[in-house]
Design a protein around this ligand. Structure first.
Ligand code: GLU
Length: 446
């Protein structure tokens, strides 16, 4: 372990986990893994008005879901024992009083202010932006302890960086303008100034910031949708950072191996949810059927237990359904809409079927030919046989393939888009196919 590299993420537990903050946490995690450093989770929980119960658990649960792990934190403890700002109020006060005693801060109106003294530019090193310089005359005295005794964000952060020996502050560029006063306060306390890396903020396609008002700014949205954590990890790797070979699909291990801040661009990356969906499809297709089955049942257990109860009858049947549906899935939450007809009788609209056959064709006679043919295939049920035989029926009925097979697909599944028809029929099985055909033919007659 490299004792010198210590990074941190300091979320404010509000019950809401922003995807941008998660991206920042992920880069911290990767950086610490790469350098065999330590990654510390600290809670900026001094905003008492925004306190929500469970908020901490929401952070742990969602970040664990994504595969982010920390070495120290309020949930797992660590050498510092305390990882919540609310538990360290005395410490912040003591540090502020020390500054007052040194004439670097003063009491006013019940609060304590940090004094900005005239002097040179404030300079710090940013691993993405290089040397950053701020003229001191633009900085104003600022509150470090509020009249209610709580530290401000600016001061709590400074005391924390020192106390937890943080070597690298990796955070969003929205904090860039906070850095000069933090550096001054850190120096006033005799602390060592860390290196900084201000990550570009994620943006929408129109370059606006991802705002809390948008569903997709919330991390839970991705979990609820059935995005695979490894797809989101990969997607974060594409945000700002670029692969040396311009690869788009790479896993966490590869990202960790190749990561460096030199390859992070300072301009705001576009968080394109469509692209993430595409990537998620890539990761879904990379899974073995057994793995995907595990992911799907886990997802259904959490989000659609009633569906799970319906499909749990046979694991073997489920694996055959998944094997032919896998290709089409972009997210786990699509499973049921893509596969319901393997479990439930479809609702078939007669008019819609007729539309494919065209009025001048005799749908009933075509379907009775299909019925006769599939009935005879009872002991010879395979997609290859179905394909050969049903092509013969299609030709005999003088139908175009689209007319014959789209109408049959609708009759058997109620859907216009399914896995290949003969694969679907093979999985549905002889008796279900015969029953659905029979029922539809009856319906046509009535
Ligand atoms: N609680 C702050 C935030 O989530 C921490 C910022 C920082 O990393 O300094 O924005």
């Amino acid at each position: 372990m490299n004792q010198d590299i210590r990074v941190r993420i300091a979320p404010s537990p509000t019950g809401y986990v922003h995807v941008g903050n998660t991206y920042t946490a992920y880069y911290n995690y990767i950086f610490s893994l790469k350098n065999k450093g330590r990654f510390i989770l600290r809670l900026d929980d001094t905003d008492i008005e925004r306190h929500v119960s469970d908020a901490e658990e929401v952070v742990y649960k969602l970040w664990h879901w994504l595969g982010i792990q920390w070495d120290e934190g309020p949930d797992i403890g660590g050498p510092s024992a305390k990882y919540r700002q609310s538990e360290r109020l005395e410490r912040y006060k003591a540090q502020a009083e020390k500054l007052v005693a040194d004439n670097l801060a003063y009491h006013k109106e019940g609060a304590i202010f940090f004094k900005i003294t005239p002097g040179d530019d404030v300079v710090f090193q940013d691993l993405i932006r290089g040397e950053v310089r701020f003229a001191r005359e633009h900085l104003k005295d600022f509150v470090i302890i509020k009249s209610n005794g709580y530290p401000t964000y600016q001061f709590g952060t400074v005391v924390d960086e020192i106390d937890y020996n943080i070597s690298h502050v990796i955070r969003g560029e929205d904090h860039l303008s906070n850095t000069p006063v933090q550096v001054l306060a850190m120096q006033a306390l005799g602390g060592e100034v860390p290196l900084y890396a201000h990550l570009p903020l994620l943006r929408n396609a129109d370059h606006s910031k991802l705002s809390k008002r948008q569903n997709h700014a919330s991390l839970s949205w991705y979990k609820d949708k059935g995005i695979l954590p490894e797809a989101l990890q990969n997607f974060f790797g594409l945000m700002g950072w670029s692969h040396p070979e311009q690869k788009e699909v790479f896993g966490m291990a590869e990202f960790q191996e190749l990561f460096s801040f030199d390859r992070v661009k300072a301009t705001g990356p576009i968080f394109d949810v469509e692209k993430l969906m595409w990537l998620n499809g890539v990761y879904i297709r990379q899974l073995s059927v057994a793995e995907l089955q595990g992911r799907i049942t886990g997802f259904l257990q959490e989000y659609q237990p009633d569906v799970l109860a319906q499909i749990n009858q046979s694991a073997e049947y489920l694996s055959r359904v998944i094997a032919i549906t896998q290709e089409r899935l972009k997210s786990l939450d699509e499973f049921w809409s893509a596969a319901h007809y393997f479990y439930q009788e479809p609702t078939v609209k007669i008019d819609q079927v007729i539309e494919f056959i065209k009025e001048d064709r005799d749908l009933a006679s075509y379907l009775s030919l299909v019925f006769k043919t599939v009935t005879e295939l009872e002991n010879d049920w395979s997609k290859e046989r179905l394909e050969t035989k049903l092509h013969e029926v299609q030709a005999a009925a003088s139908l175009k393939p689209k007319q014959a097979f789209m109408s049959l697909r609708l009759v058997l599944t109620g859907e216009l888009a399914t896995p290949p028809l003969f694969d679907t029929m093979e999985v549905l099985g002889h008796s279900v196919v015969v029953a659905r055909l029979r029922k539809f033919i009856e319906l046509l007659k009535s």
